[in-house]
Structure formats: C-alpha cells, structure tokens
Design a protein around this ligand. Sequence first.
Ligand code: SAM
Length: 279
Amino acid sequence: MQDSGTLYIVATPIGNLADITFRAVDILQHCDLIMAEDTRHSRVLLDHHDISTKMTALHEHNERARADSLVEQLRNGAKIALISDAGTPLISDPGYPLVRACRQAGVKVVPVPGPSAVITALSAAGLPTDRFMFVGFLPAKAGARESQLQNLADESATLVFYESPRRLLNTLEVMQSVFGEQRDVVVAREVTKQFETFLSGTLAEVTGQVAADSNQQRGEIVVMVHGARRDPEAVPAVAETLLKSLSEHLPLKKAAAVVAEHYGLRKNQLYQLGLSWDK
Ligand code: SAM
C-alpha cells in the first residue's frame, strides 16, 4: 500500500466471484474505506473474500456532492478504494468526478486492474481487436439511437456496445437497417456466468436467433459489430446524409460542392450520387 493518502480504482468480477486479483483483495482488506455503487450488492463479493472493511455508497446521484469531502479525507492520508457493481469503475459506471477532483487536487490515484465486460467479451468474440471503439450504452430514445448508429456506419474499427436485454432485439433490428444485413456481429451474454453465450453471424442471422429465443433477451449483454469494410470509392454515410439534407434546401450542384469541400470528396461523385436518388 502507498504511504500517502491514495484513491485505489479497483476492478471487481463481472459475474464469477473468483475473477479478482490477489492485489485487489489485499487492497480491499487493508484500505480505510470502500466506496461502492451499491453496498448490498458488493457485500456478497466482500464476504466471499473475507473483506470486512467499512463500506459506503458512491453512486451517480451523490458522487458530485461527495467528491470534495472525499478529497479532503484523502489529503489527510486516508486510503480509499472505489469499486462498482461489476467490472472496472468509471467504465459506464460512477467515479469520473471523484478521479478528476483527486487529480486536480494532486491526490494519488492508483488503478488496480481486473475484468471489464468490454475487454472480456472482445477477447473471445473472434472479431478484429487491433482497433475497436467502445460506444457504451446507446441513448434510450429511438431517434437518438438511430442517428448515433448512422454516425457510426462508416467506422472501420470494431464497435462495442453495452445493451440492456429489453432493448437488444430493437437495437439489432436498427443495426441491420443502418449497417446492412450482412455485417458480422457477436452478442456476448452473461459472460463468466452460468448461462454464458456467444452468438455470432451476420446481423440478419443473429437478429433472427435472438427474435426466436426469448432466453437470448435476458441477462447482461455486450454487442460487438465488425467495422465497415472500406470501399475507397464509396461516399461515407455521414456525407450522404448531409448531402440529402442540404439538397432539400439548395440546388443539388451547390449542395454537392459544399459537402465535397467539407469532407474532402469529389464534387462530381456527390452530384452523381444525388442524381441517382431520383432514379
Ligand atoms: N463497469 C463495468 C465494466 O467494466 O464492464 C460495466 C458497467 S455497466 C453499468 C453494465 C453493463 O456492462 C451491462 O449492462 C452489460 O452491458 C455489461 N456487462 C457487465 N457484466 C457483463 C457480463 N457478465 N456479461 C455481459 N455483459 C456484461
């Protein structure tokens, strides 16, 4: 353990209680205080590993209000561990305001690595991992979800989403219409738990499997989508969307010129694309 006051960011299991490092257990046993998202939920893990350190709640509703007093305790030498309900804190979980406040105040922040659903799911998905984009949760509103997916349509890195079971089928259907039926996808469910499942195939195939089996719409889910395969001649989807909007207000020639300049594309290619819509 560090000599000075330190905030430890400790990763905990995403399902299997044995997926925790020796170092994490040691820090959780010997620190002064554990900040947990949901203390009742974390009690199960702590009891399993004989950790009796005092625990209090730090969740998205109180984390800003609590940051100053925690920074004060840390400055006075306290050793505090931050954990979340599962996986790595701050990854689609609380903690960002506290870590930022600590860094600004010159308080030591030490990561204690371990599982995170994004890396765990990717490691066994069989999709390219040299470049990936972690998108996290899509917006809840249908329009905002679809437009975010549209903005990602040309991304060539593997896309990784966290998704709730009740939205999974709808998300796969929208992905099918935005990314195309043939794009490869992997749905990782209940990873490291009893009902761990990886479904893989094209968006059309996996959407069909999920629609046909309601068990696939339960539990915790990571959706991973193969990146766009680049056609050097293709107009990116974002440019096409902008061209469509602009051409409702401007002559097609003018709209094509504006979009071409904005995205560094050829004017004539965009103009021809615009003409093809009416055919
Ligand atoms: N901090 C966590 C991490 O490092 O992965 C993520 C927390 S986020 C609030 C919870 C989401 O992570 C779930 O809705 C699900 O999308 C994903 N997740 C967590 N555990 C999982 C598991 N065992 N299998 C599949 N997805 C999981």
